[in-house]
Design a protein around this ligand. Structure first.
Ligand SMILES: C[S@@+](CC[C@H](N)C(=O)[O-])C[C@H]1O[C@@H](n2cnc3c(N)ncnc32)[C@H](O)[C@@H]1O
Length: 402
């Protein structure tokens, strides 16, 4: 039977092909619509900005106006060199564009600082092997970062853009464009040769690809709950990585929250790059926006989901293993508070002791490329800035003690 109804003051009928408009209803059925129904919907991007204005103006004080304008301006990209292509030629091509490998340049600059500063010299002599922890400020040169990662960016203030990568004769792409700040969690993970690595929320795969560039993963488990996004991850690997390398990548589509129950105490390194409010996306794009009214509950539950995922990552790490938690949000609630709560729960519920590592050396090492927030209590936060419009990117490193 066809259903009848009214919408927007006009009558409609539900027919096999969908809604069929019937025009104006008879006078006796006409009614004055409530303002709430007729009021134009507020775009999710506007809701996001309102939410950020309310929360981040308190969190960042006078810094917020500069972060805000940067979030609303064009983002910068980095070109992650694909070591499985002709990497030297690709690097040369990128250098011809006046881009620089920020990872290499930062380390070179650190070497210079060390030569010039007796304090840095002393520190690097004291700090061997290069483990970083909170009781000691690490030397720049002893900063432990994942090797073999090359990422080109244009220098501060240069807003040039990279052309899309072209396939070589074998169909392999030479570089992957991404927010260069999203490499920092991978660099912080400091993957070592022979490591078993878990990427708990891996799709679409930028960080998975970066993990593979280190050439250190004995095995890499790349998981993402979304089957469609996992498909994109497979396609990224197909375009960048030879089959003998991707054979060592196990792709799954499980709920990462349960990972700790399945594979406990297993991995040397775990990356937990959680779903978040994706702040830049949320103020710029209506599509798939977490601030849409329909997704209110999902948004409210994010910190809980993030905490459960981090906890699962901690359980999956073996004692002595390292976990990096990351988001692309500025929110303290999704960043430091989640870390604090997960550390607390690991201790009280699982008797696992976790140490939050000091990453302030990253701030010093990469200060020429990124704008860092100076006042993070735990972890580091890259702030969007008009001269270096990367991020936001929060990352925090945790070491499982036992
Ligand atoms: C920030 S994105 C990851 C980006 C990815 N690491 C990269 O660099 O390309 C977060 C991902 O978490 C996934 N996700 C959400 N809930 C999850 C869960 N319970 N378990 C595993 N993955 C989940 C989402 O599908 C999404 O792809």
């Amino acid at each position: 039977m066809a259903a009848l109804g009214a919408r927007g003051g006009l009558w409609w009928r539900l027919a096999p092909g969908g809604l069929v408009g019937l025009g104006l209803p008879p006078r006796r059925y006409r009614y004055k619509e409530k303002w709430a129904e007729t009021a134009s919907k507020i775009p999710a991007t506007r809701l996001a900005l309102q939410n950020f204005d309310m929360n981040y103006s308190v969190q960042f004080g006078s810094l917020w106006s500069s972060i805000r304008i940067s979030l609303l301006s064009e983002q910068k990209y980095g070109a992650l060199v694909n070591n499985f292509s002709d990497a030297d030629r690709i690097s040369q091509d990128l250098e011809l564009l006046n881009a620089v490998d920020f990872v290499y340049e930062s380390q070179k600059a650190a070497q210079q600082v060390q030569c010039d500063s007796p304090v840095e010299q002393e520190r690097s002599e004291e700090t061997a092997p290069p483990e970083i922890h909170s009781e000691q400020t690490p030397s720049l040169l002893s900063t432990a970062i994942s090797p073999n990662i090359k990422c080109y960016t244009f220098s501060k203030g240069d807003i040039s853009r990279f052309p899309p990568a072209r396939p070589d004769v074998l169909g392999t792409l030479g570089y992957y464009l991404l927010d260069a700040a999203s490499l920092l969690p991978v660099l912080a993970l400091n993957v070592q040769p022979g490591d078993l690595v878990l990427d708990l929320c891996a799709a679409p795969g930028g960080k998975t690809l970066a993990l593979l560039q280190t050439g250190c993963c004995r095995q890499l488990a790349a998981n993402d709950i979304s089957a469609s996004r996992s498909k994109r991850l497979r396609s990224v690997l197909r375009s960048y990585v030879p089959t003998e390398i991707s054979a060592n990548v196990r792709i799954t589509s499980c709920d990462g929250r349960n990972w700790g129950e399945v594979e406990r105490d297993t991995y040397n390194r775990v990356l937990v790059d959680v779903p978040c409010t994706t702040d830049r996306h949320s103020v710029m794009e209506e599509d798939n926006n977490i601030f849409s009214r329909m997704r209110l509950k999902e948004r409210q539950m994010l910190p809980m989901l993030q905490m459960q995922l981090l906890l699962a990552g901690l359980l999956a790490a073996r004692p002595g293993g390292e976990v990096v938690y990351s988001t692309c949000s500025l929110s303290q609630l999704q960043n430091e508070y989640v870390v604090e709560r997960a550390v607390e729960l690991a201790e009280t519920q699982y008797n696992i002791s976790v140490r939050v590592e000091d990453l302030s050396c990253f701030r010093r090492l990469f200060q020429d490329t990124f704008a860092f927030f100076e006042d993070c209590r735990l972890g580091e936060l890259v702030l969007p800035h008009l001269t270096a419009n990367f991020g936001p990117m929060y990352f925090c490193k945790l070491r499982r003690e036992h």
